[in-house]
Ligand binder design. Structure first.
Ligand code: NAP
Length: 295
């Protein structure tokens, strides 16, 4: 049996189309500010694609690029200014930040009403309490992808490998919100392979290339690969690299009902959910009705 490949690009395109339709219904144009510190090539690509997607959805994109020597105080002052700017609806500080800057200190300066990445203490608290709020984009993308295969997640056994603030923990809480039974695995989990084999839905958010093998996957399971790992690709030429996920895709697809590949799965969903959050943030802060197109 060969499983289906979950087409994250196509599903993300649908979400982006609904966001673009929603923007047309609004009485004003939302604006998303993305702050990048330093010259990490991968972060530069992410920021550029977020900016392009924002404009394509009919919103205003503000890109703020700061040198890697930027002090924590300077960055906090920039985030604070964006938080106070009434024309800015969403603020995303591209992570990771240079080592001399404390991420929690910067996030503390971010107006929670503009926290489109869902990373502030208030957003995290609302998620834990089950209150409406801005949810982290990548985990929301994971749930949407899983639901394309299994619309009702009630009672599903979900295993999330990874417990980061950015992905693992919020993903676990979002699946719990869908009435799934959730296990969070991490580097200290005993017999990880057996834990994973119990999953109806297996979410890998580890950052270890192709760690999840085919025999970790329960036959008929749904596998969501969040990992993006750059590895050498000698087959493409000397010194070349490629991106692979945390899941050995070719093995997993032989066993699973469906696998969301990486790249091409969760990544596009993250950007689509960021755009959606920007519209939601604009509506809540400006007192606009949430457009019907947003669903
Ligand atoms: P992270 O902060 O480094 O967290 C990794 C998690 O994996 C930790 O909880 C860690 O456990 C766990 N882990 C590490 N080695 C393990 C092992 N051998 N067995 C079991 N668990 C292990 O990473 P992250 O920010 O969550 O990101 C995870 C991956 O997703 C990365 O590849 C990242 O690039 C990717 N990502 C993709 C997107 C996207 O949009 N596509 C967005 C965000 C992240 P401990 O807590 O015990 O150390």
């Amino acid at each position: 049996m060969t499983g289906r490949s979950i087409d994250g690009k196509a599903i993300a395109a649908n979400v982006r189309a609904s966001v673009a339709a929603a923007v047309k219904e609004l009485p004003g144009q939302p604006a998303l500010a993305v702050v990048l510190v330093g010259d990490d090539p991968a972060s530069q690509v992410y920021v550029a694609s977020k900016g392009k997607a924002t404009v394509e959805a009919g919103m205003r994109s503000v890109e703020i690029k700061l040198p890697k020597e930027t002090t924590q105080e300077d960055l906090i002052a920039r985030v604070d200014a964006l938080s106070r700017d009434p024309e800015i609806d969403g603020i995303l500080v591209q992570l990771p930040l240079p080592k001399h800057i404390s991420e929690p200190a910067v996030l503390a300066a971010l107006d929670p009403l503009k926290d489109v990445d869902g990373l502030t203490e208030l957003s995290a608290g609302k998620l834990v309490l089950g209150k409406p709020g801005l949810r982290p984009c990548t985990p929301v993308g994971c749930v949407i992808l899983a639901k394309t295969e299994r619309p009702d997640l009630t009672g599903a056994n979900v295993v999330v490998i990874g417990r980061s603030i950015l992905v693992g923990k919020p993903a676990a809480l979002l699946f719990l919100e869908q009435n799934a039974s959730v296990t969070i695995a991490h580097s200290k989990t005993r017999d990880l392979k057996m834990v994973c084999r119990g999953a109806d839905i297996l979410v890998a958010a580890v950052g270890r290339p192709e760690m999840v093998r085919g025999d970790w996957v329960r036959p008929g399971a749904i596998v969501i690969d969040v990992g993006t790992n750059r590895v050498p690709a000698p087959e493409k030429g000397e010194g070349k690299t490629k991106l692979v996920g945390d899941v050995a895709y070719a093995e997993a697809i032989e066993v699973a009902a469906a696998v969301s590949p990486s790249p091409g799965g969760v990544g596009p969903m993250t950007i689509a959910c960021l755009l959606r959050n920007t519209v939601l943030a604009a509506c809540v802060r400006r007192g606009w009705n949430i457009p019907s197109a947003l669903g």
